[in-house]
Design a binder for this molecule. Structure first.
Ligand SMILES: Cc1cc2nc3c(=O)[nH]c(=O)nc-3n(C[C@H](O)[C@H](O)[C@H](O)COP(=O)(O)OP(=O)(O)OC[C@H]3O[C@@H](n4cnc5c(N)ncnc54)[C@H](O)[C@@H]3O)c2cc1C
Length: 456
């Protein structure tokens, strides 16, 4: 759906500190781009907010015209948004303020901030936020969807380390929500994204990480079965201080990749251990004994964790799939290997299993709507889509991985859902019912256009 007549933007421009860009105006194509270059976002209007007042101005302007509002920081999870023809895309990328209070172990960041600078600043004090694998991802979008990172098994999901959230509600009101104030909103925001408001700033706990022992063990791709089965057994023994992932990596011969990786395929294990090098090395011994080709484990600053996964930093076209898995026995690993391993003919650049459990799986009364992730592993598979004509073949490969794990699937994790999903697969029934009731109470007109819509 789209708006037929051009929107008169002058009432918004007159009270807006940031920029308003109508279709076809200078900067339109740059502003409507998402991280995933395979997407073609065509909103009714783009507003690049400078501050919280701008956010409220956009909300009121949209409400008066029957438009919706989709907040977006980086566009890392733009795929599930769907049609934006009657939606104002509210870019928060200019809201870049953040501060760290090292003594109180707290950070406060505005809506457009990415993880990289926050991790760097916290790291200087031996502290770490519960950031994820990529520095380039937005703090707010990541946190509102749950937030699964390298310290997750020790400290849980990022959303449950949030101490306060400032937002604009669908009627343009400024609200500060925490455990004591607006507890329902505070609960919903921590896991259900933009369903109940547009976040302007978020405050959260930082964790001591004076010693982090982290790295990758690279093995030949052909040894994938041996490596993944060894990792499976290892995961059963690791303490919560370890969070790890096993990856099948098939890299293209791109100039920008470091020479030892360029055009090569590997089976690898990556892990972060919150503790000393001696203890970490002892824990790693069973995997090291397999004799990796390359071993990058070392004691690192916490900020170095943002580089460990080697996630892409520049926008690229891609497709991806993911599943939360319950117990994954030996046969489950074999099925995954049969779909994505060396004998499968798979061309997927990444097929990985992330270790869950520990604090990620523990529930608590103080938690938000994403209380925990009830699974043992999270699968994720992706590949670049340089040629749109290759999309059907890539979808078939992703579907083959999905089917191989289907009997172990227990749900979906919103942050990794790269397409619209039935929220019954992401939340249990009481949680979803509470979310839906709250959403219809605080946004009766459906003004908010979140990536995963509880009202849909
Ligand atoms: C390379 C890569 C690595 C990743 N690694 C991890 C990982 O390790 N762990 C993990 O958990 N996830 C990870 N993700 C997933 C990521 O957390 C989600 O894609 C997340 O939604 C991105 O947030 P964003 O703000 O960057 O993206 P955006 O697309 O800008 O935002 C995503 C959604 O968040 C909501 N949102 C954003 N800003 C606001 C706001 N101000 N107010 C209200 N709602 C808002 C909106 O609904 C928006 O559609 C990764 C993604 C990529 C592409």
């Amino acid at each position: 759906m789209s708006i037929d007549a051009p929107i008169d933007t002058s009432p918004l421009r007159s009270r807006f500190a940031g920029s308003v860009i109508a279709p076809g105006e200078t900067g339109w194509d740059e502003a409507r781009g998402a991280f995933n270059l395979a997407l073609d976002q065509r909103p009714a209007l783009i507003a690049i907010a400078q501050d919280a007042r701008d956010v409220a101005a956009v909300v009121r302007f949209a409400a008066e015209r029957g438009l919706r509002v989709a907040p977006q920081a980086t566009g890392h999870n733009a795929a599930p948004l769907g049609d934006l023809g009657t939606t104002v895309l509210l870019k928060t990328c200019a809201m870049q303020g953040f501060s760290i209070d090292a003594q109180a172990r707290r950070a406060r960041v505005e809506a457009g901030v990415k993880w990289g600078p926050v991790c760097d600043a916290a790291s200087q004090h031996g502290l770490a936020p519960l950031s994820g694998s990529a520095r380039d991802v937005g703090v707010v979008g990541y946190t509102l969807g749950g937030g699964l990172g390298w310290l997750g098994r020790k400290h849980g999901l990022a959303c449950n380390a949030v101490t306060a959230i400032e937002l604009v509600t669908s009627d343009g009101t400024f609200v500060r929500a925490d455990q004591e104030h607006e507890p329902d909103l505070f609960w919903a925001l921590r896991g259900a994204g933009a369903n109940v408001g547009i976040v302007t700033a978020i405050e959260f706990e930082l964790f001591p990480a004076p010693q982090v022992y982290a790295g990758s063990l690279f093995f030949p791709f052909e040894r994938a079965a041996e490596v993944l089965h060894a990792w499976r057994q290892w995961c059963a023994t690791t303490p919560d201080e370890v969070t790890s992932t096993a990856k099948l990596l098939q890299l293209p011969p791109l100039e920008e990749l470091p020479e030892p990786l360029r055009g090569r395929s590997f089976a690898l294990v990556q892990a972060a251990f919150l503790g000393s090098e001696a203890d970490g090395a002892a824990l790693l011994e069973p995997l090291r004994a397999l004799g990796p080709l390359m071993d990058t484990f070392a004691t690192v600053e916490p900020a170095a964790l943002g580089y460990l996964a080697m996630d892409p930093e520049d926008p690229m076209p891609y497709r991806a799939g993911s599943q939360v898995l319950g117990d994954l026995p030996r046969e489950g690993f074999d099925a995954f290997l049969a779909a994505a391993g060396p004998a499968s003919g798979s061309t997927l650049m990444v097929a990985e299993l992330r270790q869950l459990g520990g604090a990620l799986g523990r529930t608590h009364d103080s938690h938000g709507a994403r209380d925990m992730i009830n699974g043992s592993y999270l699968s994720f598979a992706t590949s670049a889509l340089m040629d749109p004509a290759a999309a059907p073949a890539l979808e078939l490969e992703l579907e083959r991985v999905r089917r191989s794990l289907a009997m172990y699937e227990v749900g979906q994790y919103l942050n990794f859902a790269e397409r619209p999903i039935d929220l019954q697969r992401a939340f249990d029934e009481p949680t979803l019912a509470r979310l839906r009731a709250l959403r219809s109470q605080v946004d009766p007109q459906g003004l908010l256009h979140p990536n995963h819509d509880a009202a849909a």
